[in-house]
Design a protein around this ligand. Structure first.
Ligand code: C2E
Ligand code: CA
Ligand code: CA
Length: 940
């Protein structure tokens, strides 16, 4: 709609211009032509009239002359007729029709020709008698008869009459001028003497009326043509006594206007041609005005829609002032576009700064904007670290749209800062030989020069923007430099606000004294940890650590020392925990530890103990030495609290209980766990003295060889008879010993005891081939196991095959190569190695082939299941078959029923061990059992 209106407006201008041009050219042209044409016409008509009048006069004079001449001729013809009538006749023939004489009586005698009767009036006779001629008109026939009357030379009273030959008098058609008609009329009577072309009386009337002095003219139509006529009165009365003859000469107007018509014929094409020329010129002119205008207004609309890039395309039209206007317009649009882009870039960055603390994002946007606004081959920004002046973050971007920004850490040395401080307003530098690492990327992009604009905040340089150029002729216009400067200022604002945010965050979330997270951040992290654990089904523990008697440190050494002690305490606590754990200071002398990813609450105990131990060591600060201790409370998620508050409260309660219980200790929030922990602790202490107190004893469980029914060997199992708690199961104290490391001594004791026992039995001739000792994985970790076994066996004077060892799969899985080597050496020495609890773990076939295992002990679980279903039978059968295939001996553990035994025999199991045969028993009892068995088996 709007477009159509605009087009119409444009059309209007063109039409107006066109009309203006046409009118201004055509109207005068037409007017002049019309005027001149009229003028020429009237001139021509006037001329024609004059010429016609002259012609009429000449004709009239000619008639008069001829009448006079004819008179003379007739006179002489009559005279001659008397003498030589023939020659007179011959002469008269061309002038007269006839000649005759009339005597006084009125008798007519022909001299030549055949005369007609002509009445002679008296006045004519008188006139002739007075020797004067007269002309008589006999109006009878066309043309009328014109008869000349004169006196006869022969006798008085005789009259000569001669009728004039019409051709002679009026002249032949050749004699009269072209296109001119003559009509001779007798005045007064109106008798037409000679009118070859007919003219009606009405037309002639104005010519014949009473005459004034001016020329009488008239016009009429004949056969569609206009005719113009002039009348000339030829005076006759004096010479011929007859009324005047009026000669009417007429010509067609066309003839008179012939030149005007020719002119008119030429004139129309000329005007048409002129009009065409004008039209063409106008159209050209109009388009040379309208088109540039249209382009310009189109451009204005483009600008209104944010298009500052396009140019006004005028082409050939732009060679005049419009061209100047267009280029001025383009310049303006270019400048506006740049300013607009730079303003919108700045406002975008401002928004970004307000909405985010992410400096990186601001830098990226700044570089992206810069790439659009400024021509450069590579762009970069470097920001010096606030807290670490020798480091800088650098960002690079290639020119061109859509390029990514690369971020890097860069070392920044003092010189680089000085370089930046040198160029406060931005300057060009040649890149060759420049050292700063942050300029290297530009060089790598092939840049040889760079424009560097420092980023300054409160007078201090905190970074720079850089534009790299490949060529040498690169230059920046003033407004481009300004834009770079403005972007640098924005960057400064972004950096400073990020710093401030960071500072505020640190102030709000970290403890100023120890630099540990404060209560706020701890709560925050605790909340996150709860959410994470809830999501992933994890457990964790919270420790509250409170220094004991810290008040006395402050009181006796002052706050400075107190602060130093707190800092040292924080350092020690942090040292005790894993990197994944976080230590916070809750205020005063209270700290918390968040232990993530804990399988069970028990795992927190050693760590808490370690913290207590660490804080119990001597403090040396500022030349002062002092002793402190700490009370620790443990709460675990999710048992002791579902929320952060509850957990902290539980841990706090536990910590207070530790204080009440005498400080310098760890307390679980849950009572049961406290008892457990205490028990474990005392048990561990008791176990350490159990060997000296001879509370430990080795029991032996026989292994029955099914094929022979003989007891070939025994497994040594440790028993602890606690003075207070009584008998304690190895299931309980072995893991404890493994945890505390006491397992080494325990292992040594067991091996030495077994060897000694074996020596005794051999000395007594007990037919037991070997005793197997359980060796825990932890013992393999220690050096000297091999030497120890060797020593024990040697001391007891036993062959190595008398002592076997039992290991578990876990050991094999845990540490492949070292264990493999050790086991190889033990086997090489001649000791049998049994794989205990087979089937309970991974039961990898690879272990059986790779390690030098001689015996497989199928776990109790499978034996227990033998009578319950076919599955276990199948599994045991497979295990037996497999072990046999590999050449291993198969031992079934935990055989309790005869049914199990019968099945095992059927499946081809080699040996059995279990309560059905015998529980583990003291050495003497075992001796008796073997002896009884031997005697029972002997007779068979
Ligand atoms: P283990 O090596 O699998 O030892 C066999 C366990 O099965 C013994 O338990 C034994 O009393 C029990 N047992 C034997 N026959 C039957 C039966 O028919 N039914 C049932 N229900 N149990 C039977 P014990 O003596 O309580 O030992 C437990 C574990 O403690 C042993 O399992 C062994 O791994 C470890 N252990 C015992 N003494 C020592 C030792 O001196 N050093 C090391 N490192 N570990 C030992
Ligand atoms: Ca065992
Ligand atoms: Ca076992």
């Amino acid at each position: 709609m709007i477009a159509r209106m605009r087009r119409r407006q444009r059309g209007h201008i063109a039409r107006r211009l066109f009309l203006l041009f046409v009118l201004s050219a055509f109207v005068p042209l037409a007017l002049i032509a019309a005027l001149s044409l009229g003028e020429v016409r009237s001139l021509l008509l006037q001329q024609g009239e004059q010429r016609l009048a002259a012609t009429a006069k000449a004709y009239g004079m000619m008639l008069y002359e001829r009448l006079l001449v004819a008179g003379d001729l007739a006179h002489s013809a009559v005279a001659a007729g008397r003498d030589t009538p023939l020659s007179g006749e011959a002469l008269a023939r061309r002038t007269f029709r006839w000649i005759a004489t009339v005597d006084a009586a009125g008798a007519m005698r022909s001299i030549a020709g055949e005369p007609i009767r002509v009445p002679l009036a008296d006045d004519v006779r008188e006139r002739v008698a007075a020797r004067k001629s007269a002309v008589l008109v006999v109006p009878d026939g066309t043309p009328v008869h014109v008869v000349l009357a004169m006196a006869s030379p022969a006798s008085r009273g005789e009259v000569i009459l001669a009728e004039l030959e019409p051709d002679y008098l009026w002249g032949t058609a050749e004699e009269v001028p072209a296109s001119t008609d003559f009509c001779v009329v007798e005045d007064a009577s109106g008798v037409r003497l000679n009118c070859p072309t007919p003219v009606d009386d009405r037309s002639l009337a104005p010519l014949l009326g009473p005459r004034s002095s001016s020329l009488a003219t008239a016009s009429w139509k004949r056969e569609g043509d206009a005719w113009r006529a002039v009348a000339w009165p030829q005076f006759m009365r004096a010479a011929f006594a007859t009324p005047d003859w009026i000669v009417v000469a007429s010509q067609p107007e066309r003839y008179q206007l012939a030149r005007a018509i020719a002119f008119g014929r030429l004139y129309i094409p000329v005007v048409a041609l002129a009009l065409l020329l004008v039209t063409w010129l106008t159209a050209r002119q109009a388009s040379s005005i309208v088109k540039p205008l249209a382009r310009l207004s189109e451009r204005v609309r483009g600008m209104a829609q944010n298009d500052f890039k396009s140019r006004v395309e005028l082409g050939a039209l732009g060679e005049d002032e419009f061209g100047d206007l267009a280029s001025a317009f383009d310049n303006m649009s270019h400048t506006l576009g740049r300013q607009f882009a730079s303003l919108s870039a700045l406002s975008e960055i401002d928004r970004l700064i307000l909405s985010t603390v992410d400096t990186q994002q601001v830098v990226r946007t700044v570089l992206d904007r810069l790439a659009v606004a400024v021509q450069a081959d590579a762009l970069g920004a470097v920001l010096l670290d606030q807290d670490n002046p020798s480091q800088a973050r650098a960002y690079y971007r290639r020119a061109g749209p859509g390029e990514g920004v690369v971020a890097e850490r860069q070392p920044a040395v003092m010189r680089d800062r000085l370089l930046l401080e040198d160029v406060p307003g931005g300057q060009w530098i040649a890149l060759e030989g420049m050292e700063p690492a942050w300029l290297e990327r530009l060089t790598a992009e092939g840049a040889t020069r760079a424009y560097v604009q420092p980023v300054t905040w409160r007078g201090a340089v905190c970074g720079a923007l850089m534009l790299g150029y490949r060529g040498t002729e690169a230059a920046l216009e003033e407004d481009e430099r300004r834009h770079v400067r403005e972007l640098a200022d924005r960057l400064a604002v972004a950096v400073s606000s990020a710093w401030r945010d960071e500072q505020l965050y640190v102030q709000a979330h970290f403890d100023g004294l120890t630099a540990l997270p404060n209560r706020l951040l701890f709560k925050d992290r605790l909340g996150q940890e709860i959410a994470r654990s809830q999501r992933e089904g994890l457990r964790f523990a919270v420790l509250v650590v409170d220094l004991d008697h810290f008040k006395t440190v402050n009181d006796s050494f002052g706050h400075t020392t107190g602060d130093a002690v707190l800092r040292e305490a924080a350092r020690r606590i942090a040292q005790c925990v894993r990197t994944s754990d976080s230590v916070s200071r809750m205020g005063g002398d209270e700290f918390t530890v968040l232990l993530t990813n804990v399988q069970n609450a028990r795992e927190a105990w050693p760590l808490a103990e370690a913290i207590v131990a660490s804080l119990s060591r001597e403090f040396q600060v500022g030349g002062q030495r002092c002793f402190l201790s700490a009370s620790v409370g443990i709460a675990s998620y999710p048992e002791d609290g579902a929320s952060a508050e509850e957990l902290v409260k539980s841990a706090d309660t536990a910590m207070n209980r530790a204080k009440m219980a005498g400080r310098a200790q760890v307390v679980y929030f849950e009572e049961r766990m406290n008892a457990d922990a205490v028990a474990r602790l005392t048990l561990d202490r008791d176990l350490r003295v159990a060997i000296e107190r001879r509370e430990l004893e080795l029991y032996y469980q026989p292994k029955l060889h099914l094929a022979t029914g003989r007891v070939r060997g025994a497994e040594a199992l440790t028993r602890w008879r606690h003075p207070v708690h009584g008998f304690i199961s190895p299931e309980r104290f072995i893991p404890l010993a493994e945890e505390s490391g006491f397992i080494d001594q325990l292992g040594h004791w067991g091996l030495a005891t077994a060897c000694a026992q074996m020596r005794t039995w051999r000395a007594r001739g007990l037919g037991v081939e070997s005793v197997a000792v359980n060796v825990s994985p932890r013992q393999f970790r220690r050096r000297g196991l091999l030497e120890f076994i060797h020593e024990c066996v040697r001391e007891a004077g036993l062959p190595p095959e008398c002592i076997g060892i039992e290991i578990t799969e876990g050991l094999l899985m845990e540490r492949g190569e070292a264990v493999e080597r050790l086991l190889d050496e033990i086997a090489d020495m001649g000791h049998g190695i049994a794989l205990d609890d087979f089937g309970a773990g991974f039961s990898s076939m690879a272990y059986l082939t790779r390690f030098p295992v001689r015996e497989i002990k199928i776990d109790r679980v499978f034996i227990d299941g033998l009578e319950r279903g076919p599955d276990s039978v199948a599994i045991v059968a497979a295990m037996v078959a497999m072990s046999h295939a590999l050449g291993k001996t198969v031992v079934a553990e935990g055989v309790e029923t005869a049914g199990q035994l019968a099945l095992l025999e059927k499946l081809g199991c080699d040996e059995v061990q279990g309560f059905l045969i015998s529980p583990p028993v003291p050495a003497e009892e075992f001796e008796r059992f073997v002896a009884a068995r031997a005697s029972a088996a002997a007779p068979a």
